[in-house]
Design a protein around this ligand. Structure first.
Ligand code: FDA
Ligand code: NAP
Length: 435
């Protein structure tokens, strides 16, 4: 009988190839000096068939919520040729972009930039490959020194990839209100463009309900309003009106690398306070320009006596009844208790995202080795490495899912370039090299 050959061992195996792990792949490459010394090997699994960054929300006019200088590399290595400016230069648009005088490119253009970076790293990624389990590889002392990531391709074929370190960057997960169910007529905004593009081209939706008052909700309402000039858009949310994101410079420092240090070392109650104070830099808030644009349109319609954007503030959807030809949302005004049935062709929940999946889900039985805090959350070291029992000598790193330890930038692009530098340095420092 012939033994199954052992798979090659990589310095790291990455799960997910969104911006976080693309940035990591670049950092690994740049870590090696010109002669290739110090090179770390990495291979990544991405379940999408090709690179894609929130494609369902790549709305025509939507812009980035972060400066292009916070691309995948610049704040770590301003000389990198993987910068957004390098991309523009290659695309022949550098001067045009400069003349534009903006720090906030179109999201579609940033998507092209990210895809350009991912394309240059194509030899390190398996697309159409969903990681579904992790198994231990033990050393002679019985400790887990390496991990096997099991992934499945669309045909069901399973691949085993072995690494000394695992870097999980699976991204956020869409959140529906409790009890809500997505269907043909009820969507999460994550799939907005896919759903709209799949509609019968002759169908002209006459009405939508959009639930939520964050950036996604406002962009969804604006898009539907603009794309279907005859349609009524009912926006339902618990605030009185859309509220602006705080993008002022002092508050913006909460996204700086130094803020990660401050947050990481702060006592738990200070962490909670900081999240409370600065939540409005990111959550349940809308870019002020978009708020003004929505108001301008709504007011102009009112002047014409053809109101199409109907805001139900201080309200919530208490029930959704779905029929073959539409939905009826029961909208309750929380101030008065009045219940109003709102009919619509489609209902879009723009109700945000949940944090990255708990790493222990993927780790399965290995999860018992992850150290938990008093609230049961994984303890994560400053270098984004999961704290584990001594039974594990391999590293498990997180990109995302660290808001409780590293602060508000955890799920965002702001700090990606610096974070992947820190992860690379941590892995390199722990990786013995032949002299
Ligand atoms: P991301 O979610 O992008 O990528 C994770 C990848 O992992 C996905 O491609 C997924 O398919 C893959 N994956 C998951 N599980 C897997 C598995 N088991 N096996 C294989 N692959 C798996 N932030 C910001 O700073 N500025 C901004 O302008 C925006 N704009 C923005 C717009 C919209 C519409 C949303 C929803 C979010 C933003 N964000 C943002 C926040 C957003 O989280 C951030 O831009 C990045 O997407 C984070 O990159 P990640 O790579 O961590 O996750
Ligand atoms: P979000 O900021 O978390 O907002 C979610 C909204 O849904 C809030 O108004 C929230 O109301 C509401 N909500 C949550 N649960 C609900 C429930 N059960 N019932 C009713 N309403 C509920 O989510 P988001 O707008 O999707 O933004 C998420 C992230 O993506 C942010 O980082 C944002 O900047 C980013 N984003 C960026 C862009 C861009 O780059 N242009 C576009 C879209 C999103 P409460 O406040 O009352 O809880």
């Amino acid at each position: 009988m012939t033994a199954t050959p052992e798979p090659p061992v990589h310095d790291l195996v990455g799960v997910g190839f969104g911006p976080s792990n693309v940035a990591l792949a670049i950092a690994l490459r740049e870590h090696a000096d010109g002669a290739g010394a110090g090179a770390l090997s990495g291979v990544f699994h991405e379940r999408q068939e090709e690179f894609g960054w929130h494609r369902g929300m790549l709305l025509d006019d939507a812009t980035m919520q972060v400066s292009f200088l916070k691309d995948l590399v610049t704040t770590r290595n301003p000389a990198s040729d993987f910068s957004f400016l390098s991309f523009l230069h290659g695309a022949g648009r550098l001067h045009d972009f400069i003349n534009h005088k903006t720090l906030f490119p179109l999201r579609a253009e940033f998507h092209d930039y990210l895809a350009w970076c991912a394309g240059r790293m194509a030899d390190r990624v398996h697309y159409g490959s969903e990681a579904f389990a992790v198994e231990p590889v033990r050393d002679p002392s019985g400790r887990v020194a390496q991990l096997d990531v099991l992934s499945r391709d669309p045909s069901g074929a399973v691949t085993r990839t072995r690494g000394r370190n695992l870097v999980l960057a699976p991204g956020l997960r869409p959140r529906l209100p409790e009890g809500a169910r997505a269907s043909e007529r009820v969507w999460h905004n994550e799939h907005l463009l896919h759903r709209l593009d799949a509609l019968d081209p002759d169908a002209r939706p006459r009405s939508f309900v959009v639930v939520g008052a964050g950036q996604s909700a406002a962009e969804t309402a604006e898009h539907l309003y603009h794309r279907f000039p005859g349609a009524r858009v009912a926006a339902v949310f618990s605030r009185y009106g859309y509220s602006p994101s705080d993008d002022t410079p002092f508050a913006n420092r909460i996204f700086d690398p130094e803020a990660v240090d401050a947050f990481y070392d702060a006592p738990e109650e200070v962490k909670d306070e900081l999240m409370g104070y600065h939540r409005n830099t990111n959550y349940s808030v809308v870019d002020p320009d978009l708020i003004n644009e929505l108001y301008r349109r709504a007011y102009a319609d009112r002047v014409r006596g053809a109101e199409r954007l109907v805001l139900h503030g201080t309200s919530r959807v208490t029930a959704v009844e779905e029929r073959a030809d539409g939905v009826t949302a029961t909208v309750e005004d929380r101030a008065t208790g009045k219940q109003t049935p709102v009919d619509a062709d489609y209902l879009v929940y723009a109700t945000g995202y949940r944090p990255a999946a708990d790493p222990r889900d993927l780790l399965g039985p290995l999860g018992v080795h992850v150290v938990a805090d008093e609230k049961g959350r994984p303890v994560v070291d400053r270098d984004y490495r999961l704290a584990t029992t001594d039974d594990l000598t391999c590293g498990i790193y997180l990109q995302g899912g660290t808001e409780h330890t590293h602060g508000i930038s955890s799920s965002l692009l702001s700090n990606v370039a610096v974070r992947v530098g820190e992860i690379t340095a941590s892995i390199a420092a722990r990786t013995p090299r032949p002299r």
